[in-house]
Design a protein around this ligand. Structure first.
Ligand SMILES: Nc1ncnc2c1ncn2[C@@H]1O[C@H](COP(=O)(O)OP(=O)(O)OP(=O)(O)O)[C@@H](O)[C@H]1O
Length: 309
């Protein structure tokens, strides 16, 4: 593995590369190593909390832009430990819904409850601290920073040292910095791109950039991970792989909200689905129920198969 070209950036640990090391492991060693990585990736996952409790509630949310009603009295919950799909034809209000949940917009009426407390006027960084992280339809990475640095930045949301502590490079800060690099490396490995840790984000292949965005969002240790069309531009093989990664993230203790335009992917990976059309919720249920729902079928009539959601 090469070193980062930014001299001030964190060094990539493990001379020779963790990827090469893993490749030489026996099946048992690899399983143990993967369990260790999963532990680093989600050290605080709430194993004791019952899966299925409501983590976040969108309560009667209406969002108007001038005369346009982008969300109309939308109401649904996301349960801990599930993968919830949010689907609907173009312009249905999916991204607006994400934006109200992540502090980009304040709902015109209604509210978002996270663990029974309203998000209220919380700013974006505060919402990240409270446990909601997201990726974007259009990838937003720091292109000039390495993959590793992009993820280290994500861990900042959890740092406890003060700015002064960082400037004076106090022991606590140095310890946090080392821990952040280790954690970022584990995250890159978890999403399958550790071999490119030292490359600038802008030089990574598109699929790697999408995975890097997910690693960076996971670095904030979110209770809820919101993925906005993570498979956009992927070929069928890459989509299969992404489905595996989303399941792995859930199995590691995270709750996932997924907007996705590929119906096969949505049906294959989600536990439940909420359907929006013209800003209104028209259906909610298991993938098998949604597939058969007449209102959903009507909403999608005339929409090509691979442009559904
Ligand atoms: N900032 C804004 N100002 C004005 N109108 C907006 C704004 N954001 C979204 N809208 C409008 O709100 C409606 C819902 O848009 P939104 O992007 O949430 O839909 P979507 O379901 O995510 O669509 P797509 O699948 O095409 O991404 C659309 O009519 C859109 O034009």
């Amino acid at each position: 593995m090469t070193q980062p070209d930014n001299e001030n950036g964190p060094e990539v640990p493990a001379e020779g590369g963790i990827v090469a090391e893993v490749a030489n492991m026996t099946a048992q060693e690899r399983a143990e190593h993967e369990a260790e990585v999963a532990e680093v990736v989600a050290p605080d996952r709430e194993i004791e909390v019952a899966v299925g409790e409501t983590l976040l509630r969108v309560e009667n949310v209406t969002m108007r832009f001038g005369g346009l009603v982008a969300l109309d009295d939308v109401d649904f919950g996301i349960r801990r430990g599930e993968i919830l799909g949010l689907i609907g034809p173009n312009g249905a209000g999916k991204t607006t819904c994400f934006n109200t949940m992540t502090g980009v917009y304040r709902p015109t009426s209604g509210r978002i409850m996270l663990e029974d407390k309203p998000l209220g006027k919380a700013a974006k960084y505060d919402i990240t601290r409270r446990g909601i992280a997201r990726t974007f339809q259009n990838i937003r990475l720091f292109g000039e920073m390495t993959a590793l640095e992009n993820v280290v930045v994500g861990t900042d949301a959890r740092h406890k040292t003060s700015v002064l502590g960082a400037l004076l490079r106090l022991p606590r800060h140095l310890h946090e910095e080392r821990a952040a690099v280790d954690k970022a490396m584990a995250l890159l490995e978890f999403v399958g791109i550790a071999d490119r840790a030292a490359d600038k984000a802008k030089n990574l292949p598109y699929g790697y950039q999408r995975r890097l965005e997910i690693a960076r969002a996971l670095a904030t240790e979110p209770k809820l991970l919101c993925l906005d069309e993570p498979a956009a531009g992927f070929n069928p093989y890459e989509k299969e792989e992404l489905m595996g990664l989303i399941r792995k993230i859930r199995d590691d203790g995270y709750t996932v909200l997924l907007i996705e335009h590929d119906m096969k992917l949505v049906m294959g990976v989600t536990d439940r689905i909420v359907v929006l059309e013209f800003g209104k919720k028209i259906a909610e249920g298991l993938p098998t129920e949604i597939r058969e729902n007449p209102a959903v079928i009507a909403a999608y009539l005339g929409v090509p198969d691979d442009d559904v959601a």
